[in-house]
Design a binder for this molecule. Structure first.
Ligand SMILES: Nc1nc2c(c(=O)[nH]1)N[C@H]1C(S)=C(S)[C@@H](COP(=O)(O)OP(=O)(O)OC[C@H]3O[C@@H](n4cnc5c(N)ncnc54)[C@H](O)[C@@H]3O)O[C@H]1N2
Ligand code: MOO
Length: 440
């Protein structure tokens, strides 16, 4: 969305950061300790990514069946009856869903229930409402064995409704044997899991998840729920926010750490956690800006550090300062994504860059009218893509929530969309149309 000429000096385009992230994750996926494949049952498959194609071993439905509760017949037996004249056919026995395939006596009709196999010789179903019967009396299986139907079926049926195949679902009309039901790389949604179950597949081969260690840096952060005397310190929102967002993107978060502003402790704690879970990925927050105490930058600069990081300022607000690199661990190279410390900056970075690099299902993006908070126009920084938090309205507009500040985690929680304001736009007027990323 952004053109280089519109960007603030010293800022890199969002696309460049995206590319670097893809390359970083790609390097881990190409490495000897890349995640392998695992077989999982359908009950545990939701959200996983298939590692090989699945083809259907069967036709669905396996045999032609009825789409309606009604009467199976062969339309040729109606051919000689003129339009509007009553038709009377002898009735055979009832066919319910679950009954074995059977046959139709020529010149007769059989009561048939939705999903029941069409008897051989039939080629259409007349819904019960279109006949004098109106609706079937309900009964148990035991009763249906002894119960008799009227012996004849009388009805009238206009000639245009006497078509072959009417209300018949042919064998394989949903899926045919040999059809590719799902492809390697697809994420298993409820819809796809339903399709796999429908073709009788009980287990699928999926990619092992990437294993991540999540780290919050900062001497000022303390654990939620922990009683502490120094109530001037802030609770660690980030490691919970980041871990939940990564899990949402299909990542296995194996450890969540909180490390004070001490680069030595940072490298020791993260290194130990990575070894113990054989991590592929570290996602840290904080310690990447321009201050005197920046533990991530300092850890990467230490002599003989196992951590190599490159830092950039992306042309985005929030989420400008970013670091990317590798941690050399005994089990292999671990990709390190160093996000900025402000909670909203960290979250926006995950949505804007990290999910895509991790091959998570993409968020929908649509262009919608934006409602400002007071109906007055609101400023947007020149040269940066501003990402504002917003709520979707039922009238297909979005309303900005909270200000642009990247500490506003309360307003973030109220949002379900991100508005992407281009770098050349310096004011957002009520009703302006902008690109919106839907977070639902
Ligand atoms: N002189 C400059 N200062 C800053 C710049 C800059 O370019 N020049 N960039 C600003 C921007 S933009 C951001 S974003 C932050 C990024 O800073 P860091 O990544 O170094 O993060 P910290 O300084 O550690 O923290 C920033 C902010 O977030 C709070 N925080 C940190 N961790 C957590 C946590 N786990 N849970 C909740 N809140 C957290 C922290 O207390 C700070 O208030 O730098 C700006 N400064
Ligand atoms: O751009 Mo920083 O990443 O919020 O406020």
């Amino acid at each position: 969305m952004e053109q280089d000429s519109h960007l603030a000096p010293g800022r890199i385009p969002l696309a460049e950061h995206r590319r670097s992230l893809r390359e970083l994750v790609g390097a881990v996926l190409d490495s000897p300790h890349a995640p392998g494949a695992a077989t999982v049952g359908l009950k545990r498959a939701r959200g996983r990514t298939l590692s090989r194609d699945v083809t259907s071993p069967v036709n669905v439905p396996p045999v032609a069946n009825s789409q309606m509760d009604g009467f199976a017949l062969n339309v040729e037996s109606l051919a000689s009856t003129p339009d509007g004249a009553p038709i009377t056919l002898p009735l055979g026995t009832l066919i319910a869903a679950g009954d074995e395939p059977s046959t139709l006596e020529p010149g007769s009709a059989r009561p048939i229930m939705t999903g029941a196999p069409l008897p051989a010789g039939a080629n259409a179903v007349i819904p019960v409402e279109e006949t004098a019967v109106g609706r079937f009396a309900q009964r148990t299986k035991e009763e249906s064995d002894v119960c008799t139907q009227p012996s004849d079926l009388t009805f009238t049926l206009a000639s245009e409704r006497r078509t072959e195949g009417r209300f018949v679902r042919p064998a394989g009309s949903d899926t045919e044997r040999g059809d590719v039901v799902a492809r390697a790389g697809q994420v298993l949604t409820a819809r796809l899991i339903g399709h796999l179950a429908s073709v009788g597949v009980a287990e699928v081969e999926v990619r092992e998840r990437l294993r991540a260690v999540v780290v919050s840096t900062g001497t000022e952060v303390r654990e939620p729920g922990e009683p502490e005397p120094d109530d001037w310190r802030i609770f660690d929102a980030n490691s919970f926010l980041v871990a939940a967002a990564l899990e949402d993107a299909g990542i296995e978060v194996c450890a969540r750490l909180r490390v004070p502003d001490d680069p030595r402790a940072l490298l020791d704690d993260v290194g130990t956690a990575c070894e113990s879970v054989r991590a592929h990925l570290v996602v840290s927050t904080g310690g990447v800006s321009a201050g005197a105490v920046e533990p991530i930058r300092q850890a990467a600069q230490m002599a003989a550090s196992p951590l190599r990081l490159a830092f950039d300022k992306v042309a985005m607000q929030p989420g400008g300062p970013q670091g990317l690199g590798m941690l050399a661990a005994e089990h292999g190279e671990v990709a390190w994504i160093a996000l900025p410390g402000n909670p909203v900056s960290a979250y926006v970075s995950l949505e804007m860059f990290v999910r895509e690099a991790l091959a998570a299902p993409p968020r929908a993006r649509v262009r919608l009218p934006v409602r400002t908070q007071t109906a007055e126009s609101e400023p947007s920084p020149e040269g940066l893509v501003q990402v504002r938090r917003a709520r979707l309205n039922s009238d297909s507009t979005v309303k900005l929530v909270g200000g642009p500040g990247s500490h506003l985690v309360g307003a973030l929680a109220l949002s379900d969309a991100l508005v992407l304001i281009p770098p050349e736009v310096t004011r957002v007027a009520d009703g302006d149309i902008h690109e919106v990323m839907i977070l639902r």
